[in-house]
Ligand binder design. Structure first.
Ligand SMILES: Nc1ncnc2c1ncn2[C@@H]1O[C@H](COP(=O)(O)OP(=O)(O)OP(=O)(O)O)[C@@H](O)[C@H]1O
Ligand SMILES: [Mg+2]
Length: 248
């Protein structure tokens, strides 16, 4: 297998917060175009794992490669890696004093030095894509949570990432808005973007994921393609977890 077939490679990654061993020998490879869902109990290290992938968190041992580039402490390298990786969080983190369109062109014009006209064209393209172009001139607090999260996804797409990381993107939304965000994510998945998504939306995992990963206590305990993962869990810990979440 050629090296670049893996967009993400975590090899024996260990991380501590002080004395607390938060990631234990995490090995995770994600191929180009693959869609991976990560689930597991609260505190198991899911957010920490994906935050390490764009170096929002440092780690002490092991190796992470993104699109063939090793994540080191070198700031230039971190910046380079981040141009490949977009991240969507539970909270949308839009600037409240800027319009939707201004939120989307901020980074491309300031950081990316893109001409304003070009940045606007790109922003409008992705706002169309998340079906929200008609809201471009509104401010974030004039939009519903689901709409704001779709804006956050569009903002991410404006930097044309190869990889999208999602950390519980629907967890803060009212139930009736979850579907519209998952629909947008499903479309992105269909377009072939490499995707790693922490979520407990098991319907989404079944429909979209190529592989589901279960983490517990800082370790990857089990992984499988979705049907086997849900219908035939191997470890007692995953069996218990599935019973708990499927009960709700
Ligand atoms: N900055 C930090 N300093 C110290 N401990 C931390 C820090 N961030 C997270 N932790 C601890 O590390 C563990 C893993 O946290 P993480 O946020 O990765 O879990 P998670 O699986 O995403 O949980 P959740 O489902 O609640 O989001 C938790 O026990 C958490 O308390
Ligand atoms: Mg988390």
């Amino acid at each position: 297998m050629s090296k670049l077939e893996n967009m993400i490679e975590m090899n024996e990654v260990n991380k501590w917060y002080g004395d607390f061993h938060v990631l234990k020998d995490v090995n995770l490879k994600v191929k180009k175009g693959e869609r991976v869902v990560i689930c597991g109990p609260s505190g198991s290290g899911k957010s920490t794992t994906i935050r390490c992938m764009n170096r929002l968190e440092p780690f002490q041992e092991g190796q992470i490669m993104i699109n063939g580039l090793e994540l080191t402490e070198d700031v230039k390298r971190i910046r380079e890696v981040r141009t490949h990786v977009g991240m969507v969080f539970q909270h949308f983190n839009l600037f409240p004093h800027l319009s939707i369109l201004e939120n989307l062109i901020l980074a491309p014009t300031w950081v990316g030095k893109k001409p304003r006209k070009e940045a606007i064209e790109t922003a409008m393209h992705y706002l169309e894509r998340v079906k929200i172009a008609d809201q471009a001139d509104k401010y974030p607090n004039q939009l519903s949570g689901g709409q704001q999260q779709r804006v956050a996804i569009a903002r991410c797409l404006c930097s044309n990432p190869d990889i999208m990381l999602f950390d519980e993107p629907t967890a803060a939304l009212d139930p009736e808005m979850i579907g519209e965000v998952l629909d947008v994510m499903t479309e992105l998945a269909d377009d072939g973007i490499t995707m790693v998504c922490v979520t407990h939306e098991m319907g989404f995992a079944k429909k979209v994921a190529d592989r589901v990963i279960f983490m517990d206590a800082g370790q990857i305990v089990e992984e499988n393609e979705p049907n086997e993962f849900f219908d035939n869990p191997q470890s007692d810990r995953l069996k218990m977890f599935l019973e708990q979440i499927l009960d709700h």
